[in-house]
Design a protein around this ligand. Structure first.
Ligand code: ADP
Length: 433
């Protein structure tokens, strides 16, 4: 028999035996009375314990577990242990939660958890500041009811979160946020926002500075260049050395002028107040023009091919597209040894229009490819300079691509050649007018 039953039955058995012993001595009625009173006393003890249990259950956090009497003592002691364990677990959980909250509050980024319907489940203090939320009042609310900027609403609706969204809030101190959504778990999303107002300000200052310096340098450079050329062409120049010096000065001022021109072009492309011209660009004639320019530059040293497979035209800026196409072709000519072949092509693939320049030149090692569009990134400085490069060509191409929602793809192998391709999305394609 288990310990519980032993202890539970010992009292009624002893009481029964005593009552049986009393029966022959005192008679049946007193023995029955003795047994009945004993059972009633036991019942009272159970009821009292039950009442204590009920009272404790009404507010378990506010009072200790009662001690209990008889067989209840053991049960209450087990309950006490369980309740202490539970309390400890709760304390641990709440301290872990507190630590999590402290850690997320210390994050330099705003964090909010959204459910499948974009309702806010939780957010930290920075997210409250960034989106004007109140973590107590707005929990369960759809975030787009509270942060209503159309770009943000569209970003959430598009469900394409590969690129962060730059969100400018002109009402709130010109706040600039970089917003990113990350899908996780069961249809949940983490909204991460970073305040990049200061970064943008510095970037704007840098841009203005470069634009202003380039602009200021332009006039003096043109004047110096003009004089150097005039002096160089003068017939009564004293000696060869002077002539050579003037020639070198001319080359260097010319280089500086190209650099200033490229810097100004980049500044114009980066300027937010310079929207893209949305004109119909007839690609066939543009390619003919670029091809002819390539022939002049190559001076017959390369085989140039033009392959036009598509009748598609583009919507965009004629001037910018010409500059991007020419830049890519010029590079191919500059980085391809004599007798190499350069192929310009225009085609359509999977609804996208592609302009590609393929060369059989010196190629590019894989580790350089991701950095080619950085300003002044050159693999071989002297080759770039010798061939008249400024180190800004591909940075210009990248900006033009971004303005046309296009992508610059580079495939290359050292000593074999390279292919630079501008891939335009379907929305940029315009059929013949
Ligand atoms: P640069 O004026 O130096 O040519 P770019 O921005 O046009 O500047 O190009 C950056 C670098 O990329 C170049 O210095 C060169 O090393 C490399 N590059 C560009 N186009 C090609 C090409 N077709 N073949 C090999 N290398 C190239």
């Amino acid at each position: 028999m288990s310990d519980f039953w032993e202890r539970a039955l010992v009292y009624p058995i002893v009481l029964g035996v005593l009552a049986l012993l009393l029966w022959p001595i005192a008679g049946a009625l007193p023995a029955a009375l003795f047994f009945g009173i004993g059972i009633l006393l036991r019942l009272r003890m159970h009821l009292r314990n039950l009442a204590m249990l009920e009272k404790w259950l009404a507010a378990p956090e506010a009072q200790p577990v009662p001690d209990g009497t008889g067989i209840w003592e053991d049960a209450f002691s087990q309950l006490d242990k369980m309740s202490q364990r539970h309390r400890k677990e709760c304390e641990m959980n709440s301290s872990a939660l507190q630590q999590m909250e402290q850690a997320t509050s210390a994050l330099p980024e705003g964090v909010a958890i959204l459910d499948a319907a974009d309702r806010i489940e939780w957010c930290n203090v920075l997210a409250e500041n960034h989106f004007g939320l109140d973590s107590e009042r707005d929990l369960g609310q759809q975030i787009t009811y509270l942060a209503r900027q159309p770009e943000f609403v569209n970003y959430l609706a598009a469900r394409n979160f590969t690129e962060p969204l730059i969100l400018r809030d002109h009402r709130r101190d010109n706040l600039v946020l970089s917003v990113k959504l990350i899908a996780y778990g069961n249809n949940k999303r983490l909204l991460i926002s970073r305040d990049i107002t200061q970064l943008e300000r510095i970037e704007n200052m840098r841009r203005d500075f470069v634009a202003n310096v380039s602009h200021e340098l332009r006039t003096p450079l043109t004047v110096v260049n003009g004089f150097v050329e005039t002096l160089h062409d003068m017939e009564h120049l004293e000696n060869d050395m002077s002539r050579r010096a003037l020639q070198l000065m001319g080359e260097q001022t010319h280089r500086m002028k190209s650099l200033v021109d490229d810097l100004l072009t980049l500044s114009r492309l980066e300027n937010d107040h310079n929207p893209l011209r949305e004109e119909f660009v007839e690609i066939r004639s543009l390619l003919d023009e670029v091809y002819r320019q390539g022939e002049l530059l190559s001076e017959g040293k390369h085989t140039l091919q033009l392959q036009i497979e598509s009748h598609a035209n583009l919507l965009g800026s004629h001037e910018e597209l010409r500059s991007a196409f020419t830049n890519l072709l010029t590079n191919a000519i500059r980085y391809t040894p004599h007798d190499g072949t350069i192929t310009l092509s225009w085609l359509e693939r999977e609804g996208q229009a592609i302009f590609a320049v393929k060369d059989t030149g010196i190629g590019i090692a894989a580790q350089h490819i991701p950095r080619l569009t950085e300003r002044f990134y050159r693999i071989d400085r002297s080759r770039s300079r010798e061939t008249g490069g400024t180190g800004l060509g591909l940075a210009i191409v990248k900006h033009i691509a971004i303005r046309h929602q296009a992508k610059l793809d580079v495939a290359s192998e050292e000593n074999k050649g390279s292919t630079f391709a501008l891939v335009f999305p379907a929305k940029r394609i315009a059929q013949s007018q």
